[in-house]
Design a protein around this ligand. Structure first.
Ligand code: HPA
Length: 284
């Protein structure tokens, strides 16, 4: 019988088998940093040196990704001299994957030995002081997805009750802030609310999120950070605010607008992330 992601040893086995398949193609490379590249932000994965590209469908057990703008490739190599592995495209819970399976890629990155995880996403701006096109350093999150990827039997090596009081590492966040300042890249900072989707929010929901302390809203990232924290991996991340959230502007939301904005600010995003990696070489 093949292993199932629902069981504890099953999920660990699937992750190890997937990691082994990846490792066998990486040669001497030992990635220290993992990057999850969100909607429209994947082109950073085309800037690696000595790159190895592995389409997701060549990795056993990998959850399929099915959104326009996600190409579904693992890219490993050197970025600013740092051995790194990037995920171009991610599985979302709204595609119907269980949170345990959707976060298998994070377990694979952990098994490959990453010590820090950078997460990125496209998100709607909830904070009225923010604009479409702003980049936002994630200071914390609200898990409003109705699911937690750690439910079920505890996976070997995980904390059962991981501390989330500093889910987004304070030192790595400081590096991102310092880097943005040094590069002259405007950077907001705030709380990311993760909702299940796939429908965008109603204005009433955005008004609720505002009161709950959210600065941005999206449909990803939260499960990945929860799993990474359970594995003891330090996390940090940036949201690309692609639109004002529902009701904050009179405009109708569309995935096309999301993709157009990431295209417009992608250069700034890539410069920030590359420059941060150059600075954390000695950190993780
Ligand atoms: N809401 C949820 N997810 C999103 C949004 C939004 O406004 N923009 C980009 N991803």
């Amino acid at each position: 019988m093949s292993a199932s992601p629902d069981g504890a040893s099953g999920l660990a086995t699937l992750a190890l088998e997937a990691a082994e398949a990846v490792r066998s193609r990486l040669g001497d490379l030992r990635p220290a940093v993992g990057l999850v590249l969100g909607s429209g932000l994947g082109s950073l994965g085309d800037e690696f040196e000595d790159e190895v590209r592995i389409p997701y469908d060549e990795i056993p057990h990998w959850p399929p990704v099915g959104v326009v703008g996600h190409s579904g490739t693992l890219v490993a190599g050197l970025l600013e001299g740092v051995p790194a592995v990037a995920l171009k495209g991610r599985a979302h819970l709204y595609e119907g994957h269980s949170a345990r399976l959707a976060t298998l890629p994070i377990r694979v990155l952990g098994a490959l030995g990453i010590r820090a995880l950078f997460v990125s996403n496209a998100a709607g701006a909830v904070n009225r002081g923010f604009k479409a096109g702003d980049l936002m350093l994630i200071s914390d999150h609200l898990n409003l997805m109705g699911q937690n990827p750690l439910t079920g039997p505890v996976v070997e090596g995980d904390e059962r009750f991981p501390d989330m009081s500093v889910a987004y590492d304070a030192r790595l966040r400081a590096v991102v802030r310092d880097t943005a300042l040094a590069e002259g890249i405007p950077l907001q900072e705030g709380v990311y609310a993760g909702l299940l989707g796939p429908s965008y929010e109603t204005p009433a929901e955005i008004s609720m999120l505002e009161r709950l302390g959210a600065d941005a809203v999206g449909m990803s990232t939260v499960p990945e950070v929860i799993v990474a924290r359970a594995m003891g991996i330090r996390c940090f991340g940036v949201s690309c605010l692609t639109n004002l959230a529902a009701g904050i502007s009179a405009e109708v939301l569309s995935h096309l607008e999301v993709m157009e904005t990431t295209e417009r600010v992608g250069g700034r995003f890539r410069l920030l992330v590359r420059s941060v990696l150059g600075r954390i070489e000695s950190e993780p």
